[in-house]
Structure formats: structure tokens, C-alpha cells
Design a protein around this ligand. Structure first.
Ligand SMILES: [Zn+2]
Length: 374
């Protein structure tokens, strides 16, 4: 298995409390035992990371710029926003680390052009081997039902046939999406939601294809940060469509993280998005987790097998690097020794790991637990 490390330098305009020397110490420690395949680092625009880039390159690792796409960059450019039936969608979620969860319209090519402009203005001077793009999606249920019923901007209305929210009204409160089955990483789902999510898949694919064409023209490799398959279906990420574009994909298999992309978090926001009835929310949660087999011991392993099956069936060269959280954030990612050890066992049949999502906030002992089981 390959080992890749991920490092968060802060939001566009707010540097993280990022200790370059501590990072170098951890990178050296890892390198004593395992050759680092690549480092993914971003996305503060001011911080000096030249020592880290040099260390990685001198030790034969590739360096990817970690850059968000449809959210976050609104701090440094003006996007055309994601729009619901009642206007611009705002996501009220703050986990206190300057990450923003507001989204622009992922379909509009003007927005992908602006992503490219941001890259050229702020990031193109460092010599990166690749780009690792994040937030390549629509918002999840974090913004409630209204955020899922999107995007109704002028561009989307003109170019896509998106169901009207009124068509979603006759729903079963316990199974609002009408999910009957989860197999091969996709749901059998009600016709109207299928139409909505198919539009999102197409919109995200078209935009990511444009971006990838651009980065390929700069001779850069491509990595994609993706939701775990069973939640990717809700946000416009279709593994079959997206994987052929990439050299590597990182499904975020954050089974212990109570924050966006964390599996318990995304299940909870799905469960509570439809009404204020807490009994219904409990039933929705147990129905969804039962359909996907979330509580099964081999759930993560099966999600990985599903992705590997696509790679093998289609003879893709794309690498699957499982995103496992190793950092410790109180109340958000309470990672333990047992969790790290179990996670490595779960991903043995993947191509490797991305130690997520931040080496800076990964305690030294977590690095040791990882190296011990590697
Ligand atoms: Zn739109």
C-alpha cells in the first residue's frame, strides 16, 4: 500500500496554527519506516511552505496542491451562487476553523473559469506535481432540504431539466428519497430524486472535466477528494463518471468524524433534514443505515470493494487511496489507537491511505500507531 499525507495550512485568508518544524519532524519519522508517495497540502494563500515542499520532493514524494473548488474560494473571488427556489442558499454551519460551507453553482462554466483564475493568481508559482481538488460537489443535507433542492440559477434552469420542488411533496416521511436498495455504490431511488441527482452528477462531471482538462494541459496530475460512496450519491459525485478523470481518488471514509464529510455527521444531517419530527428522524436514520449496512463490521471494506470493482471492470489506472482521519480534534474527530488499527485492516485491499485530514493536528502517537500496523 502507498502512504500519502494530507496537511491543512488554513483557509484562503486565515493561516492555520501551522508548525512547519513539527510537520517536518513527523514527515521524517514517517520516512524512516515508509516511503511517502505524495503530500497533499493547502490551501492558505500566504503561508510559506517551501521547506515542506523541498523535503517531500527531495525524498521522492509527489506534491499536490490541495484546493477547494465550489466552496471556500468565495473569499477570494466572486462566484455565481448556488440558488434554491427561494433565492441564494446559505449554509449555516461553522466548526470554528474558518472553513466555509457555502457553495457556488457547480454547473456554471463561469465558476469553473473563476477557479482557474484563482489558481493562476494565487497558486501557480509553486511547482506542484498535481492538484488535489476538494469540495467538488453540491452541498449535502447540511443545509436542509432547501439546499438539496438546487440549483435553480438562470444557467441551470436554461441548461438542465431539474424537477420542481413541488414534485417532491408526496413523500414517505420515513423514506423521503424512496430508497429501496444500495448496490454497486448506487441507490434504487424514487424517480424524481433520481432525476435530481442525475442532473447533479452531470453538472459536477462537466465542470470537473473542464478543470481536469486545464490542469492536464499544465502537465499536472489529478487527485479527487470524494464523499464516501453511500453519501456521494446525494451531492453529485458519481464514482464511475469521475474516476477516469483522475490519477487518484480519496474517498473520505471518516467513520468517527462529527463534521462535514464525516459519516456519522452526514447520516445525521440526512435524518434531520426533512422535518422537525425527532421520531421520524430516528426512523429515517435506522432505515438508511440498514439499507446500506452501515453498522456491519465490513461496511468500509465493502465501500472500498465497490470502488475497486469499478477500477478493475473499467481497467482504470486510477489509484484508490482511502481517506482515514488520523488527526485528533476534541468532540469532532476523537481518533483512538483502536480506530487507527481497525481502519488500516479495513482498507488492506485498497491501493493505500491518505492520512487525513491534517498531519499538523495529528498527534505524534497517532503517527506511531499507524507505522506500527503498517
Ligand atoms: Zn446553477
Amino acid at each position: 500500500m502507498d502512504l500519502n499525507v494530507q496537511m491543512f495550512t488554513g483557509g484562503c485568508k486565515s493561516q492555520a496554527d501551522f508548525d512547519v518544524q513539527q510537520i517536518l519532524k513527523k514527515l521524517r519519522r514517517i520516512s524512516e519506516k515508509v516511503k511517502i508517495k505524495s503530500g497533499l497540502i493547502g490551501w492558505n494563500t500566504d503561508i510559506d511552505i517551501s521547506e515542506i515542499l523541498s523535503y517531500l520532493k527531495d525524498n521522492g514524494a509527489e506534491v499536490y496542491l490541495w484546493m477547494p473548488v465550489f466552496s471556500e474560494l468565495d473569499e477570494i473571488t466572486d462566484f455565481s451562487p448556488l440558488t434554491g427556489k427561494n433565492g441564494i442558499i446559505k449554509i449555516n454551519y461553522d466548526r470554528g476553523n474558518d472553513e466555509s460551507f457555502n457553495f457556488c453553482c457547480p454547473a456554471n462554466p463561469d465558476n469553473t473559469d473563476k477557479v482557474i483564475s484563482v489558481f493562476e493568481k494565487y497558486y501557480s508559482s509553486n511547482t506542484y506535481d498535481g492538484i488535489f481538488i476538494d469540495k467538488i460537489r453540491f452541498p449535502s443535507f447540511i443545509g436542509g432540504r432547501d439546499a438539496i433542492f438546487s440549483c435553480y440559477c438562470d444557467y441551470c434552469k436554461k441548461n438542465f431539466d431539474i424537477p420542481d420542488p413541488r414534485e417532491f411533496s408526496a413523500i414517505d416521511p420515513v423514506n423521503p428519497l424512496g430508497i429501496s436498495k444500495y448496490s454497486n455504490l448506487r441507490y434504487d431511488i424514487s424517480e424524481v430524486y433520481k432525476k435530481l441527482f442525475d442532473y447533479k452528477d452531470t453538472a459536477v462531471f462537466n465542470s470537473i472535466k473542464r478543470l481536469c482538462d486545464y490542469f492536464r494541459s499544465r502537465d499536472m496530475k489529478i487527485g479527487l477528494d470524494l464523499f464516501a460512496p453511500f453519501v456521494s450519491c446525494f451531492v453529485g459525485q458519481n464514482y464511475s463518471k469521475l474516476m477516469p478523470l483522475a490519477d487518484m481518488v480519496k474517498p473520505m471514509l471518516y467513520k468517527i468524524t462529527n463534521a462535514p464529510a464525516g459519516l456519522p455527521f452526514e447520516i445525521d444531517v440526512y435524518s434531520t433534514a426533512f422535518d422537525n419530527d425527532s421520531e421520524n428522524a430516528k426512523k429515517r436514520k435506522s432505515l438508511l443505515t440498514e439499507i446500506v449496512g452501515y453498522e456491519d463490521k465490513d461496511f468500509i471494506s465493502r465501500e472500498i470493494s465497490g470502488i475497486m470493482k469499478i477500477i478493475n471492470d473499467r481497467k482504470l489506472k486510477t489509484k484508490l487511496y482511502a481517506g482515514i482521519e488520523l488527526n485528533y480534534v476534541q468532540d469532532i474527530s476523537p481518533v483512538t489507537k483502536e480506530y487507527i488499527e481497525q481502519s488500516i485492516e479495513n482498507i488492506r485491499h485498497s491501493d493505500g491511505i491518505v492520512t487525513s485530514w491534517d498531519l499538523n493536528t495529528t498527534p505524534d502517537n497517532h503517527v506511531e500507531y499507524l507505522l506500527n500496523v503498517w
